[in-house]
Design a protein around this ligand. Structure first.
Ligand code: PEP
Ligand code: MN
Length: 337
């Protein structure tokens, strides 16, 4: 159920609606819009009678929400969610670029990469410190030492940090350093981690599970919004199909579907999506064209020596060229934004 307030409803009238929702044992979610405020309701098992609200001042109408995902749905919030990450907006129509190595490997590696990323016009640096790896015998990330390096690099460059929380144990330390906490594909349905990420207040990027449907991805995000963390973005990173020529099948239609069905910003990750360095650039540009809010790319000063995902990592010079081409494809939003 969604309670739509009148355009001229006062903040006190919205408060009164929230209070009534709490009185009947549910959780209110204030959803400010360009035209009017709406209040979403969660915590109910079945339908809620509109009678609870219809007599209250400032209420225009009560509408049932037809989808199982409620707070992430465009039905509930028609305006795009724009996330402000230390002064850089994601979701307002401009293109943001997130680039960096798969894993933070050394001081030299992350500083050299950060320098190229900052120079390219990107405002976000990625780099895993806690790495979820398929094999227990390969590099698992520098863990806390990696976080320290990210903290150091963050103080030297105008770059915001995107790094993964692999589990609930590492989440608090990761969230201290990260400007955006990444939840990886393998953890998209780790509900304990989703709940923990919903309780903290750093923005979160959830990557689509490799066999997850759109609806499952939306429901994963719903966990965070239901707990009051509304700063969530969704990332398409390729899904597993019958095809073996590519690492995954990069699902560009997901970018379009996410934008249509939800109000959350969309990040596209063609690096994991295709898994082959020379195929990344055309797919990155395609993702810009179909409306991704941000493109995330793996880049490395020496991909052949990378400790993870070297096969899909771009050389710094190739990345800088691609960044130019991507930025040229998307005009900045109208002034004032
Ligand atoms: C990554 O971003 O390096 C990563 C491990 O991604 P995914 O969870 O999409 O496999
Ligand atoms: Mn990777």
């Amino acid at each position: 159920m969604l309670v739509l307030m009148k355009q001229d409803a006062t903040p006190q009238q919205v408060d009164a609606v929230c209070e009534r929702i709490r009185e009947i044992g549910f959780v209110p979610h204030r959803i400010p819009g360009a035209m009017r405020t709406a209040v979403g309701i969660t915590g109910n098992q079945g339908a809620i009678l509109p009678d609870h609200f219809q007599g209250l001042d400032g209420v225009a109408e009560c509408v049932p929400v037809s989808k199982p995902y409620k707070l992430v749905s465009r039905e509930v919030k028609p305006d795009n969610t724009v996330i402000d990450v230390r002064g850089q907006k994601i979701g307002d129509g401009r293109l943001q670029i997130v680039a960096g190595p798969c894993s933070v490997e050394s001081r030299d590696q992350i500083f050299r990469t950060a320098e190229a990323v900052a120079r390219s016009g990107a405002r976000f640096l990625r780099g895993g410190a806690y790495k979820p790896r398929t094999s227990p015998y390969v590099f698992q990330g520098l863990k806390d030492e990696g976080l320290k390096l990210l903290e150091e690099v963050k103080s030297h460059f105008d770059l915001r940090i995107v790094t993964e929380a692999k589990d609930t144990e590492s989440l608090p330390a990761v969230a201290q350093v990260a400007d955006i906490v990444q939840i990886g594909a393998r953890n998209m349905q780790n509900f304990t981690l989703l709940e923990a990420a919903g309780r903290q207040r750093k923005p979160v990027m959830i990557k689509r599970g490799m066999s997850a449907t759109m609806q499952e991805l939306f429901m994963a995000a719903e966990y965070l919004l239901a707990l009051g963390n509304y700063q969530v973005m969704l990332c398409e990173r390729g899904i597993r199909t019958f095809e073996t020529m590519t690492r995954n099948t990069f699902d560009l239609s997901a970018v379009v579907m996410i934008k249509h069905h939800t109000h959350l910003p969309v990040v596209a990750d063609p690096s994991h999506g295709v898994g082959i360095d020379w195929a990344v650039a055309p797919l990155a540009k395609a993702a810009v064209v179909v409306g991704a809010d941000a493109i995330m790319l793996e880049v490395h000063p020496d991909p052949r020596r990378a400790l993870s995902d070297g096969q899909q990592s771009l050389r710094l010079e190739d990345y800088e060229q691609l960044a130019k081409e991507m930025l040229a494809l998307r005009a900045p939003p109208a002034s004032g934004a």
